[in-house]
Design a protein around this ligand. Structure first.
Ligand code: AMP
Length: 495
């Protein structure tokens, strides 16, 4: 089976049903797949074939969805690019993925130009020109596309170093989609309000793919805008909302300013891509009556773990493995840790990617074999599993662990505490070299009220072991985050 086959099931069941709507357009399942076929025929005439890469530097719009459906219909490979990327990142991805076609939009052309696209001679098709493509696909036949064929090469968000192209097959994406459809009880009458970028796995795979596979409706928006998004969520028909923690933080602020809202039509609010602070989880619950479902995934693996749809959703936890996903937590020597102990989280399952594009060594470094010869992916995430409930808590990235005088310090624990202080809006903790202790924690804080550092120290001291108390508080106006709201700790020193 391939992804098109899955979407075609929904389209054949309810061809006239609304698949996609924006404030100015509406597409039924039939019209969407027809447009995708016509687009595939046009792409084929431009020389895009099986295995060729089509790079998308394009915002959320119906043309993104249609062109993507066309790309996978052809057995070609989508390379979605973060819209915040500029010359350095773009030229790396262009050179690494060597696309045969670029899909973009007028407003982004100059950025592509600066990245040297013209010299590469790759044809660019603009979303604005797509309406002029021939409407039919007569005489054109889709090639055979297998589950093992690549569907997407998604460049990792690059919170450190150069981003790598994670190769995701149709089977990988099918595994994530079918797991989520079951685990979150997707229904054909669901309406997903989707304002997350389609260039990231959260918007593309969790959002768009699941909705189309379920026969649901996508309300596609270019981006999150706190006032508009909240208005549309309150007055619209949405039943599902997916977001990153920074969006929930903004929504909580907006909700606090507005007072109560009626979210009785909503079925599920999900959060992922970065840690959701317990503070935000609780505030959202008391303001809306809805308990956010937090889940954990990554570019390389799609979705891995999730709090339950029917069952307790716990703040600070990412729940248990999704259908078909296996996990282990291991120490630095690769031995499974005792229940309740912390270590690196490893994953196995059909959702786990094939490897990094043109990077055999990096691929090899990311996997290890267990005693039975089974291949496990090293996520780089530190985790602990509750021995009784099986719920997993993520402790942070392995390379962000601070070791001070031989003690392990998980920055997230300190960050969560700092965020409960009324004067602190945001906090990030990193380790800094120290002659006596090896490393000590240092906090970067964004304050929303005046506060003395001495008060912050006292606040931490009253609730944390002394070695975890930040040695310095650096006051900044904002924290560096990427397009998904993920903290970019390597940029903190310039904040
Ligand atoms: P990306 O590939 O951009 O989706 O980033 C994946 C990484 O985001 C994971 O390896 C985690 O470090 C982090 N992440 C994703 N979901 C969560 C979550 N619910 N809580 C904490 N970290 C998360």
């Amino acid at each position: 089976m391939n992804l098109h086959d899955l979407f075609a099931i929904a389209a054949s069941r309810t061809p006239e049903k609304l698949a996609l709507e924006t404030p100015s357009t509406a597409w039924s399942y039939k019209s969407l797949l027809r447009a995708a076929d016509a687009c595939a025929a046009s792409f084929a005439r431009r020389g895009l074939g099986k295995g060729d890469r089509a790079l998308f530097f394009l915002g959320n719009c119906p043309e993104f969805v249609i062109a993507y459906l066309a790309v996978i219909r052809l057995g070609a490979i989508l390379v979605p690019v973060n819209l915040r990327y500029r010359r350095l990142e773009l030229s790396h991805i262009l050179a690494d993925s060597t696309p045969r076609l670029i899909i973009s939009e007028q407003a982004l052309l100059s950025i592509l130009d600066e990245a040297g696209v013209v010299d590469m001679g790759v044809p660019i098709l603009l979303a604005e020109q797509m309406a002029d493509l021939p409407a039919g696909a007569d005489g054109w036949h889709a090639p055979r596309v297998e589950g093992d064929d690549l569907a997407v090469i998604m460049y990792t968000s690059g919170t450190t170093g150069r981003s790598k192209g994670a190769m995701l097959t149709h089977n990988n994406l099918l595994a994530t989609i079918t797991g989520l459809l079951a685990a979150w009880g997707w229904q054909a009458n669901d309406v997903l309000y989707l304002c997350l970028p389609l260039f990231h796995t959260h918007g593309l795979v969790v959002g768009m793919h699941c909705a189309l596979a379920a026969g649901a409706t996508i309300q596609l928006r270019a981006k999150f805008e706190r006032g508009t998004t909240l208005d549309e969520l309150v007055t619209g028909r949405a039943t599902l909302f997916f977001a990153v923690p920074t969006i929930y933080t903004r929504l909580v602020e907006e909700l606090q300013a507005r007072g109560s809202v009626d979210f009785s039509h909503m079925r599920l609010f999900c959060s992922g891509s970065a840690p959701l602070a317990a503070e935000t989880f609780t505030a959202f619950q008391s303001l809306t009556g809805h308990t956010i479902l937090e889940r954990y995934g990554m570019t390389e693996t799609g979705m891995n773990l999730s709090n339950p749809y029917a069952g307790p959703r716990l703040p600070g936890s990412v729940g248990t493995p999704l259908p078909g996903v296996s996990m282990r937590i291991v120490d630095t020597a690769g031995r499974e840790v005792a229940p309740g102990e912390e270590g690196e989280l490893l994953l196995r399952g059909s959702n786990v990617f094939d490897g990094y594009w043109l990077a055999l060594e990096k691929t090899a470094e990311s996997f290890s074999l267990d005693a039975q010869g089974r291949r496990w992916f090293h996520t780089g995430d530190l985790a602990r599993q509750d021995p009784d409930t099986g719920y997993v808590t993520l402790l942070g990235r392995r390379h962000e662990l601070i070791i001070s005088g031989g003690f392990n310090i998980y920055p997230r624990e300190i960050e969560e505490l700092l965020m409960t202080h009324p004067a602190i809006a945001e906090a990030a903790v990193i380790g800094e070299a120290n002659a006596e202790w090896g490393e000590v924690p240092v906090a970067y804080v964004v304050c929303c009220a005046a506060v003395e550092d001495g008060d912050l120290v006292a606040y931490c001291r009253s609730q944390l072991a002394s070695f975890k108390v930040p040695q310095q508080f650096r006051h900044v106006v904002g924290l560096p985050r990427n397009a998904m709201g993920k903290l970019q700790k390597h940029l903190l020193k310039d904040a």
